[in-house]
Design a protein around this ligand. Structure first.
Ligand code: ZN
Length: 215
């Protein structure tokens, strides 16, 4: 999942080492990915791949990257919303109800999620495989995710708010689902217009201005 671009950083120096991000239209983004076997998890190849995905996510910059986005149909994703991103969002007067909290770097191997409760939240989101656009996507406020880490250990955790959105977005990629499948099509905006007009508006004003009925 993408984030708003900020000032240039020394990460640009690392850009040459990052992987090319597959763009929407590539068939791999529309196929279900296969699980990694216990033998594959934790191999030097997978560890190197995770490091490259981490670097690629940082350079992009993004808060999540799924293996199909680098052309690999395996159930592997990395997520991270570091303190400096969350702090920056605070200073931009975060949109009410986003519940953006720090999400430490996490490797999700063979992940799945189940929704918890009926609460949904609608916010703009973007995708590194479709840069230049954002749209309102309604997602579950809380999900329970299960996954394995690089040691093969099983995890089971409840995510809420913005981290739950990141988890849903990335695991969706492993099922061949992209946010445009879940967006309100009338809310699709170019990033430039998003930054100029929509970024800091409360959601009820966004919906009114776009001619969308309230949830
Ligand atoms: Zn994405």
């Amino acid at each position: 999942m993408s984030r708003r671009r900020s000032a240039a950083t020394d990460l640009e120096a690392a850009a040459g080492a990052s992987l090319r991000i597959v763009q929407l239209g590539s068939p791999v983004l529309r196929l279900p990915s296969r699980e990694l076997t216990d033998e594959e998890i934790g191999t030097p190849e997978i560890r190197r791949l995770v490091e490259l995905m981490r670097l690629t996510m940082h350079v992009a910059p993004g808060v999540g990257l799924a293996a199909p986005q680098i052309g690999l149909g395996i159930r592997l994703a990395v997520i991270e919303d570091p303190p400096e991103f969350v702090k920056e969002a605070d200073e931009d007067e975060e949109v009410e109800g986003m519940e953006r909290t720090v999400l430490p770097f996490t490797v999700l191997i063979n992940p799945s999620y189940q929704t918890v409760g009926d609460e949904r939240r609608q916010f703009f989101e973007g995708c590194l495989s479709m840069p230049g656009y954002r749209a309102l996507v309604s997602r579950h406020r809380r999900v329970r995710a299960r996954w394995q880490d690089l040691e093969g250990r099983h995890h089971n955790r409840l995510f809420s708010g913005w981290p739950a959105r990141i988890v849903q977005h990335e695991i969706d990629h492993l099922d061949g689902t992209v946010y445009v499948d879940r967006m309100d099509p009338r809310s699709l905006v170019c990033s430039e217009a998003y930054d100029e007009v929509w970024a800091d508006l409360p959601l009820n004003q966004v919906r009114d201005a776009l001619g969308l009925s309230a949830d």
